[in-house]
Design a protein around this ligand. Structure first.
Ligand SMILES: [Zn+2]
Length: 236
């Protein structure tokens, strides 16, 4: 009866889809969330639109410029059993490209057929949750007294994106704290702790992150070595 109702964005569905995708990951201790490297349960390829045009022999100007251009930031090509996400590699920061690709992943996971206002709002909500999950924001504010600027630094998003997410977050009355939300936070907590440690001690987070990351990798290897030597001791 009311057509307007069907056009309302379903934000719960978007949050759930992004949460599920984060929960699928083995490790979220990364400086940037690299959308191309996430574990997906469908076949998704990525290419720059510039690279793609060269490969398929379509003039870039037809895709990128003029009245009938197909693409401003990114788009998805749907194959029989795969998706190809195209992003604009020109004059874009790494963060911006990641955001664009995540937006396209949102369209894929939310099974959008169109790209109208409702779909745009939903893909945007998906992207926000993927980069800055609600429950993790809640813990950053509650446990670390984090501010909006900290969110941008921790999750490597633009200040504008962090600010929008921050505003949405504080409008909410409740934060979902299910098993998956908590598991995602556990995967992100280490980075958050390191960030606030650096902040309190006046250390450069990006430098410390990579130093710590190396040690972390070594530690993993060391675990294997120590159990290996334990094992070999048994044979002496
Ligand atoms: Zn879109």
């Amino acid at each position: 009866m009311n057509n307007g109702y069907a056009k309302k964005p379903d934000f719960d569905k978007c949050i759930e889809a992004a949460t599920d995708l984060l929960y699928r990951q083995d490790d979220l201790f990364t400086f940037h969330l690299d959308i191309r490297k996430l574990k997906y349960d469908r076949t998704i390829y990525f290419d720059s639109v510039q690279g793609y045009c060269v490969r398929v022999g379509v003039p870039i100007r037809r895709v990128m410029f003029g009245k009938n251009r197909l693409l401003k930031e990114g788009c998805t090509v749907k194959g029989d059993d795969f998706y190809l996400v195209l992003y604009n590699e020109d004059r874009r920061s790494f963060e911006r490209q990641q955001w664009t690709m995540a937006h396209e992943i949102g369209h894929i996971y939310l099974e959008h057929e169109k790209d109208e206002d409702k779909e745009e709002a939903e893909a945007h909500c998906f992207t926000g949750q993927l980069f800055m999950p609600d429950y993790s924001l809640y813990r950053i504010v509650k446990d670390f007294n984090g501010a909006c600027a900290d969110i941008a630094e921790i999750f490597r998003v633009s200040n504008a994106a962090a600010q929008r997410r921050w505003n949405t977050f504080f409008r909410k009355r409740t934060v979902h704290a299910g098993k998956k939300d908590q598991a995602i936070w556990e995967m992100q907590r280490e980075k958050v702790e390191l960030y606030f440690y650096c902040k309190q001690n006046g250390l450069a987070f990006n430098r410390e992150f990579f130093k710590y990351g190396k040690k972390r990798d070594l530690l993993k290897t060391a675990d294997v070595i120590s159990s290996f030597s334990e094992l070999s001791n048994l044979f002496v």
